[in-house]
Structure formats: C-alpha cells, structure tokens
Design a protein around this ligand. Structure first.
Ligand code: OGA
Ligand code: ZN
Length: 368
C-alpha cells in the first residue's frame, strides 16, 4: 500500500492511501509510537509521554521515499515513520494478531478434534491444533508414545503454570487425598482452581492408564451454557456476570481464597470466561457476599449445567491427552473401581497467554 498524499491539521496528520482509504494520526500519538522512542534491542518504550506537551506539533512533515519524515520541536534528529508502520498502525485498526480465533460453542454431539502427537513437531500442525483449542476449547492429542511425551508437548508450547498441586500433578486414587480428583469417586462438572487469583488457562490431562472400570471423562462447553442463559434467563445471567462467587481451597499447607464472577465478559460484553466449581464454592462467605436473588441464579445455573444436551462423554485411552480451556470447558469424570485396573492421568496447566504467544511466534517464523 502506498501513501498518495498527506495533509496536516493543527493536531493530526492525515494520509491518503492508494487503496482510496484515509487514515488519521494524532500528533501526540505519533510522538508516542515514534520508533526513536524505543530501545533498539529490547523494543520497549523509553519515551516518556509526560515529557512533551499534549498539543505537540511537528515543525516539519514530509512525504519521502522512506515514508513520512517528521521533525519534533524538542528533538535534534528527524523521525522516520515507514509506510508499513503507518499502514499497520492505521487508527481504529488494532494490530493484526495471529492468535485471534473466534470461539465456536458446542453441545454434547460435538466430536473433539484429534491431533496426532508426532505432527506437533511441524509448526503448522501445532498451530492448527492450538487454533482448534482456541476455537472449541477442547482437543485431543493422540498417539503419545511414552509417559514423558505429554509433558514434553507442553514444554514445546510454553511455560507451565505451577500451583499448590505442583507443576505436574498425578491424578490417581491416593490413600490420603487432599482433592476429590485423587479419589475414585465421580467428579461432577467443574473448572479447576477457581480459588486462585487467576484460575489456570488450559489444562492438559495425559492418560497414562485407564484400565479400571468406569472413569469416563465428561466435558461440557461453559460458553454454550452461558449463551443459553443470556438468551433464556437474562436476569440470572446478569447476576452471575456482575456479582462474584467466593471460592476456597484449604488443606494442611494452604488456605487459598478468591472471588470470581462465574460468567466473565470482556469490554464488548462477549463471554470470555466461565468459572464453576460447586465443591469449592465457599459456604459462609457466599451467604455473606450475595443475597438470595444471586443464590437463586446460582441454583438455576447448576441445574442448567446438568442439562443432558451439554456434556459429551469419552473414555481416554493410554497415550491420549485432552487439552481444554479451564476457564471455559467444564470437566468431570465417572467414578471408577480401583480394584478392577489402574487409572492414571498426568496433568499440568499452561495459561492462555502462552498459547497465544506460541501462535504468534509460529506465524512470525512462517513469514520469515
Ligand atoms: C482433575 C480432574 C478428572 C479425571 O484432576 O482436575 O478433574 O478424569 N480429573 O480424573
Ligand atoms: Zn478437575
């Protein structure tokens, strides 16, 4: 895209592009994104916005072969803004982001995408898996051929998120459990660690063995449940997305508490998180924090979570790993009989930002 002409007013520069589009650049903003104001190696801003007048104007503006050259009053050196930078930074256009993937909600007839582990060494196959994960909040990686492969896949994506259960946790029937998951009882649909300041983004559960009778996984899309509530139970949806629920986990070593809105909305009122865990909802705090109206909305939500149209069921096989958005997809399991065979899942968490970063790095490497 080329700049055809420029015009200058008292507070902004206007560019006329060869595709007939016109874009405005307020001077104070140009001053703030001036490439000279960034450290050449770290690419971090060193310019201080308060060091110049808000009504700053350049003393000179020129269209050259390199782009736009500006002379700021307080600088000895002129600044150059390339055409590409100005095009990328067109006002009202957010920077293009390869990690942007719109979500698609699903119900119990959904078949989670399956991605063979070996292909994950190919960046494009890894990106396809991560995009499916962002779109549906759930994928299954297949054919992991050793017990360490599940963990290694996470290492090739990004940093793991540590919690009071460790970086890696072993989901097995333990003699002295501090978590219902470490028993053989059934687990109703939930999201993990709602008692944390930021519940982990994605959960990875690598199936090492699943030979016991029972132990099937149950998964449901919290965004689908929230969307339906928005449409059919608006009062309750509004309460659950504006008031927060206290959660608490405590054992011999920790007492971790935090409050979250069960349904999280972004600035555009789009659903972007669903945090639900009936066994960690903090009883006394809950009554103190919320009135009966909220209680009734919460009860309505629980019964909606149980509606049969939402969950899908699958039995993980050894060598499969399910990955799901822990602030969206609810997970649970059927009880199992520990005397009938071994059941062992190995888990860890990776936050959303790490997944997005990997997608951007893969996109950057494909362009190079
Ligand atoms: C968990 C969990 C499910 C299972 O570890 O958080 O919910 O299938 N496990 O054992
Ligand atoms: Zn869980």
């Amino acid at each position: 895209m080329n700049i055809l002409s420029i015009s200058v007013s008292s507070d902004m520069l206007t560019l006329h592009w060869s595709d007939q589009s016109i874009s405005d650049y307020p001077f104070i903003w140009l001053r703030d994104i001036d490439p000279l104001g960034f450290h050449p190696q770290t690419k971090e801003r060193i310019f201080d916005l308060t060091s110049v007048d808000f009504a700053i104007q350049p003393t000179e503006v020129r269209l050259t072969a390199l782009g736009i050259e500006l002379q700021w009053p307080e600088e000895a050196q002129g600044s150059i803004f390339s055409q590409q930078l100005l095009f990328d930074y067109r006002q009202h256009c957010a920077l293009q982001d390869p990690a942007t993937v719109d979500y698609q909600s699903w119900q119990g007839d959904f078949t989670p995408p399956r991605h063979p582990a070996k292909q994950m060494q190919q960046p494009l196959a890894m990106a396809a898996m991560l995009k499916d994960l962002k779109r549906y909040g759930l994928v299954i990686v297949t054919a992991l051929d050793s017990d360490i492969c599940g963990e290694q896949l996470g290492d090739s994506i990004g940093f793991k998120r540590e919690s009071n259960f460790g970086v890696m946790f072993e989901v097995i029937n333990k003699p002295e459990p501090n978590n219902l998951a470490y028993t053989s009882v059934s687990l109703p649909l939930h999201t993990d660690l709602p008692n944390q300041e930021l519940p982990p983004g994605y959960q990875f559960l690598h199936c090492i063995a699943n030979e016991a009778q029972g132990g099937e996984s149950i998964l449901a899309d919290g965004f689908a449940i929230a969307e339906d509530m928005r449409e059919h139970a608006a009062t309750q949806f509004n309460l659950l997305s504006s008031q927060s629920m206290p959660f608490r986990f405590h054992d011999n070593n920790v007492d971790i508490r935090f409050r979250h809105k069960i349904i999280g909305l972004d600035e555009d009122q789009q659903i972007n998180s669903f945090i639900f865990n009936a066994h960690l909802a903090a009883g006394p705090d809950f009554i103190a924090a919320n009135g009966l109206e909220y209680y009734s909305a919460y009860r309505e939500l629980i019964s909606r979570v149980r509606r049969p149209q939402y969950p899908l069921q699958l039995k993980l096989q050894a060598g499969e790993m399910m990955i799901f958005d822990n602030r969206r997809v609810l997970h649970g399991r059927k009880s199992f009989d520990p005397s009938s065979g071994n059941r062992h899942l190995r888990g860890y968490y990776i936050d959303r930002g790490e997944i997005d970063s990997r997608l951007r790095i893969i996109a950057r490497e494909q362009q190079a």
